[in-house]
Design a protein around this ligand. Sequence first.
Ligand SMILES: [Zn+2]
Length: 83
Amino acid sequence: MENFVNERIDQVLKRFPDCCHCSRCRQDILVLALNHLPPRYCSSNNGEVYTRLDLYDTQQEAEIFQEITKAVEIVSSHPRHAI
Ligand SMILES: [Zn+2]
């Protein structure tokens, strides 16, 4: 199954060319975004985090996009590693 949130992160990162796109920062963005989304959007299984596509709708997409954008802003201003 394709990771819904990861696809959205790709889309958001295109709008933030200054943000680091490495796998570590992407992981930070993913965790931050999911932390701020209601638990109904995602579940954790064997450490993998994924969204429940059966609950997907337009309102939720807007909310997910908003949280990913915030997470990108946080990670890009506080990267966890030297550039
Ligand atoms: Zn990075």
